[in-house]
Design a protein around this ligand. Sequence first.
Ligand code: 5AD
Ligand code: SF4
Length: 420
Amino acid sequence: MNENESEQTAGILRSQGAQPCSHAEDSDIIIINTCAVREKPVEKLFSLLGRLQHIKKKNNACIGVTGCVAQLFKNEISQRNQSVDFVVGPDNLWKIPEIISSLSQSSSCIIHTPRNRQWREIEPIARKNHISGYVSVMKGCNHFCTYCVVPFAKGREKYRPLPYIKAEIKDLAEKGFKEIHLLGQNVNSYQDPESGKDFVSLLKEISPIKGIEWIRFITSHPKNFTSDIIKTMAETEKICHQLHLPIQSGSDAILRYMGRGYTRQQYLEKIGLLKENMPDISLSTDIIVGFPKETEKDFSETLSVLKQVQYTNIFSFRYSKRPHTAALKYTEEVPFEIKKQRLIQLQELQRRIQLKANQSLIGTQMKVLCMGKSTKNQNSYFGRNEGFQVVNFESASDVTGKFVTLEITDCGPYSLIGRT
Ligand code: 5AD
Ligand code: SF4
């Protein structure tokens, strides 16, 4: 999502005549787009701002901070860093050119973080990738999981009107894009603001668009993930048999403290239905370890979910306290060392699961969308299969942006190797 918003920011600046440059040292405008979901990226921002001070001194570059850290820590950013000229929240990217123009009249940091209650279109988007495109369908979140800062940073859910979504996908198709990812914090709760059409209708209306061959969407909340969506995925040729469905924990007690709104059993029933309808489905998930009150037994239940589901990939994190969140009230913290150990144990288990699953693919043929040349050598390329796994391969001709059929010859836990 942040990548998409960075590309929107770049698009806005380009439309005003700005040009990208390869080194921060040479630039007149530096914008740092930020993520606040976990503690680490927030710390990174402050250390980066410290490092940028010499550029500010050297060429008086204008420095801005955008995104969720900007929304949540606006005062801290402007007070701690004299070099920051503006702080703009995720709802206000369109305002950046106006703010930059007004900077000469202002010696103090400009803070602009009002909330948008409705969807606001941003064009054009300066995309880096011309094969696979993110298409935003909604923003914000109404769920308030107890650990999560997103609803406070991004605000409540706002849905993009369906005609804009269709127009953007048609435009991408005309430009030669082969794949789209529908993007939103909770894509399943999508509702067209005009017609009230839901996520299933959205999928059905976009799938006939010619030129786009693979459709994916991220992120789904297990609570709103219905059997209707599963049926539509199974019946619609272009929708990839791939799904990211964050479970966060395998323990019912922890899921309850997290306020996730489903039990382990309910989650696993949805996984069962997905596998029944699409036996080849590739699944991934998000997991938090060391949430307050998490016991060894709770953690072992998370490990057992991994063994049962056999995810293609997981994204796992140590719990970190976030401002405004309800989980701050839980005083029974898991010590850092234990969180660290649990994360290692979880990732090691998943590494073994992935390696075994990948090894079983050796000798099979699969369709891969080539995303470009890899840096390895002249004829090396990389792409993704329908399950969203990275596949590296050699090709005598440039197949960037094309679908190729590869035979898998080797693998590691995190990627596959194929040949044409
Ligand atoms: N601590 C650790 N991980 C978190 N996530 C969200 N909030 C926190 C937090 N406070 C993780 C969740 C979410 C992903 C985007 O980030 O797993 O799905
Ligand atoms: Fe955060 Fe929960 Fe909303 Fe996801 S569903 S963005 S984890 S509050």
